[in-house]
Design a protein around this ligand. Structure first.
Ligand code: ADP
Ligand code: MG
Length: 348
């Protein structure tokens, strides 16, 4: 429900008046486990609508194999036999390569399935036992690639009877922190390849990618919501052309227990919800959706100090709200086609 609110907020923002001469087609649909909206420009409205339909189809095709909540998905099949060397689920290789290239393997783990499911955000919402977390973490640590050139992936350690597939501490891959960004990239390429579309924006709420420049020359505007007051926008990122933006927040999936907030971004070093950040947004004109999705999770885990250093060193924009509610901004490099404006706009 919260994600749906975020998606609607975004649609409200990008539909601000000022482009009356050339109205975009805007289509919002359930996809990737949330609501995705596509805003696309082009002369021929019917052809633009067809292009949008095709992009939604591509998105579903990319997202489906990586859906750990779908028992029949490729990743679920993989997780049923995690101790057996077997081909990676489709596109998992793209995610693993991006983690390496971005140099965030310490903070973004593709094999946290055993740990993330201990929290059961949609169900029991009980704080996991320390011993269970420790055991589950050994599974996350045990996944090693074998013969990467053949796409094989295996758990090298001897199977541990306490970590049984299907059991409460089932080991496995969980690429949920990257799959949406990846799917948005493929959808964007589908729109790019279609002559009917001159410019577009695709948003899943937590991740957004842009394609080309809007026909009236104005920038794409993407609002970042206040993590404790969704009616407030704390900053607006403007994209001149291609770019990507992702937000990870402690308010997207969480429960409270003993005065503490247990949310879905976990620190792979201790299996606990990462502390120190309420929301973290990364944006860059040269980032892919996949990169930005991985980075928002990884930099959230690393915390405000290391995140701001990473952003400055890698030339990506960053907006962090820390655990005391302070907003820290690392602007995009000058001339990179991206601006960050701190704002405090009330929506309703
Ligand atoms: P969203 O679901 O809004 O895209 P994120 O991109 O931040 O949010 O991804 C959060 C999901 O990523 C979690 O639900 C969990 O499945 C997974 N995850 C949580 N912590 C990590 C981590 N440190 N490394 C990799 N994946 C993680
Ligand atoms: Mg992410």
């Amino acid at each position: 429900m919260r994600r749906i609110t975020a998606a609607l907020l975004l649609i409200a923002l990008i539909a601000l008046p000022g482009c009356a001469a050339d109205e975009p087609v805007v289509v919002s649909r359930e996809a990737l486990g949330t609501v995705v909206s596509i805003t696309a420009y082009g002369e021929d409205e019917a052809a633009v609508r067809t292009a949008i339909d095709d992009a939604f189809a591509v998105m579903a095709e990319i997202g489906a194999p990586l859906d750990v909540y779908e028992p029949l998905s490729d990743i679920s099949a993989f997780n049923e036999r995690p101790y057996t060397a077997q081909p990676l689920p489709p596109y998992a290789r793209d995610v693993l390569d991006a983690i390496d290239e971005l140099e965030v393997a310490d903070a973004f783990s593709p094999a946290l399935y055993s740990v993330t499911r201990l929290y059961d955000f949609e169900g029991a919402q009980t704080v996991p036992a320390e011993a269970d977390i420790a055991l589950a973490l050994t599974a996350a640590d045990g996944f090693v690639q074998q013969e990467p050139e053949h796409g094989l992936f295996a758990r090298l350690k001897d199977p541990d009877p306490r970590l049984e597939p299907g059991g409460s501490l089932a080991p496995g891959l969980d690429l949920g922190g990257a799959a949406k960004g990846l799917a948005l990239d493929f959808a964007r390429e589908s729109l790019r390849a279609n002559d009917a579309v001159t410019a577009a924006l695709i948003s899943s709420g937590s991740s957004t990618v842009t394609l080309g420049a809007k026909p009236d020359g104005s920038v794409w505007r993407v609002g970042i919501e206040d993590p404790r007051d969704f009616s407030r926008v704390i900053a607006v990122v403007g994209f001149e052309g291609d770019g990507a933006l992702s937000t990870s927040g402690d308010y997207q999936r969480y429960f409270e227990a003993g005065g503490e907030r247990y949310h879905h971004i976990l620190d792979p070093t201790n299996g606990l919800p990462a502390r120190g950040v309420r929301s973290l947004t990364v944006a860059g004109s040269s980032l892919s959706g996949l990169d930005s999705d991985i980075l928002s999770t990884a930099l959230f885990v690393r915390g405000p100090e290391r995140a701001t250093r990473y952003a400055a060193e890698h030339g990506v924009a960053l907006v962090v709200v820390d655990d005391e509610g302070r907003t820290l901004v690392v602007p995009a490099p000058e001339g990179s086609g991206l601006t960050v404006a701190e704002d405090s706009v009330e929506t309703d």
